[in-house]
Design a protein around this ligand. Sequence first.
Ligand code: ZN
Length: 74
Amino acid sequence: MDASEELLLSIKKFLDLQSSGPLPSIQCERCGSTMEYSDAHFWLYETQMQWTIPLPHCPACDPQPSAEIKPNLM
Ligand SMILES: [Zn+2]
């Protein structure tokens, strides 16, 4: 296995972890509101690997889910 395959596998492992399990209820650090989740889609270029990962955002502090934390948004 070469270095780039290893990198892909570790990314896959990380993203699999992120996209499994029940979503915890998170409080906003700034205002204490309950964070909402919105799905972000990740896709590794030139691979078949893709994920939908719920990213938390605060509806009070951040009404527009940030595009900056969504690389490869489809
Ligand atoms: Zn907030």
